[in-house]
Design a protein around this ligand. Structure first.
Ligand code: ADP
Ligand code: MG
Length: 344
């Protein structure tokens, strides 16, 4: 479905990686505690008036008009909101972004949520576990020129640290995938501790990051099992369209299976509604249905369907650098605040 990426990596317009960031790839192991009282992360995720806190740049005023179709943009009751209690989970958080359907926004969410978490100051790693390598190319990595990739990590015991690439966004790193990863699904079958390879690899770098987001392939095979065994949380993007919930039973069962057999800590923690089209009633119905099903695991912030979000990957950029004031950029920024509980 997503074949429109260029062959040779990012277009010339793509920002070059920041060498100072590359130097950081050696990874410090400073701790990432949240000092002091957290900024109040106030409830209404779509109203920009509730958002600003240090380090967060508000969208330019001129963009306000483009936000009008934002779902659920209720007017905020004038001020006196109680600050919410700090519900932030301990860092580092390792999240598998999974849905066995293709084209539902897994990679778009991995890339853009990752970039926005990095912008909030969290050291973030996107692990590309899809042989298509879309998360890698979407973050400006030329997957044809890699010295090491996730294939080598999973099958040749290459240390994960050796395959990390810096992205053009400060604090954001990528463990890239290339097509050879397709073979891993089969080559892993006879391998020793085949389900735990990714967990061991991530364990070795985990303390250097606040967030590790694993972009899963559209299947529930061994690669996704590796992601579930390595993660403590599963984030499921759900498209606001017909059949959105179809097949999710299978995903829930697989998460359960891994939880019982390999990884007691695993849970589906986060559901993100994506590709929301405010013009269709159907999108609202699907959103309601998903909320009935998954309750408060469903993020308040919904990601709208916007052309800019689909254009950004072919420039090797996340939406926040490709079009910082677009609706997609605003949505993913708000989502990152909601998921993380605010700036680091
Ligand atoms: P997956 O990783 O689940 O296969 P992708 O993130 O690659 O899905 O998304 C599938 C296609 O839809 C891609 O071409 C992507 O650019 C596009 N897309 C994803 N999210 C949006 C969105 N919110 N608005 C418009 N296009 C989107
Ligand atoms: Mg994908």
């Amino acid at each position: 479905m997503n074949d429109d990426l260029p062959d040779g990596g990012p277009a010339p317009g793509g920002a070059p990686p920041d060498p100072s960031v590359a130097a950081n790839a050696g990874l410090s192991s400073e701790s990432h505690e949240h000092p002091g009282t957290p900024e109040a992360f106030q409830g209404d995720s779509t109203a920009p008036t509730t958002a600003p806190s240090e380090g967060w740049s508000a969208p330019p005023a001129g963009d306000a008009a483009t936000e009008q179709s934002d779902p659920g943009a209720v007017e905020s009751p004038a001020a006196v909101e109680e600050p919410e209690p700090d519900t932030r989970r301990p860092l580092p958080r390792v999240m598998a972004i999974a849905n066995q359907k293709g084209g539902v926004g897994k990679t778009t969410t991995a890339v853009n949520l990752g970039a926005c978490l990095a912008e909030l100051g969290y050291r973030t790693l996107v692990v590309d576990l899809d042989p298509q390598g879309n998360a890698s190319t979407g973050l400006g990595i030329n997957v044809r020129a890699l010295e090491a990739s996730m294939y080598d990590v999973l099958l040749d015991d290459t240390p994960l640290e050796d395959c990390l690439e810096a992205s053009s966004v400060r604090n954001l790193f990528v463990a890239p995938a290339s097509l050879d990863l397709a073979g891993a699904e089969i080559e892993l079958v006879p391998a020793f501790s085949r389900e735990l390879r990714l967990r061991h690899a991530i364990d070795s770098v985990k303390e250097d990051f606040d967030y590790v987001l694993i972009d899963c392939p559209p299947s529930l095979g061994l690669l996704t099992i590796n992601a579930f065994a390595a993660a403590t949380e599963v984030l499921v993007p759900i498209q606001c369209e017909y059949y959105a919930l179809e097949g999710l039973g299978q995903l829930v069962r697989n998460v359960d299976l891994v939880k019982r057999n390999l990884n007691d800590a695993l849970e589906i923690s986060t559901i993100v509604l994506v590709m929301y089209d405010a013009r269709t009633k159907l999108a609202d119905q699907v959103a309601d249905e998903v909320r009935e099903h998954f309750g408060d695991k469903v993020c308040r912030q919904i990601v709208p369907r916007t052309v800019r979000l689909s254009e950004a990957p072919s420039f090797g950029q996340p939406i926040i650098t490709f079009d910082p004031s677009s609706r997609g950029a605003i949505a993913y920024r708000q989502l990152a605040k909601e998921v993380s509980g605010g700036p680091s």
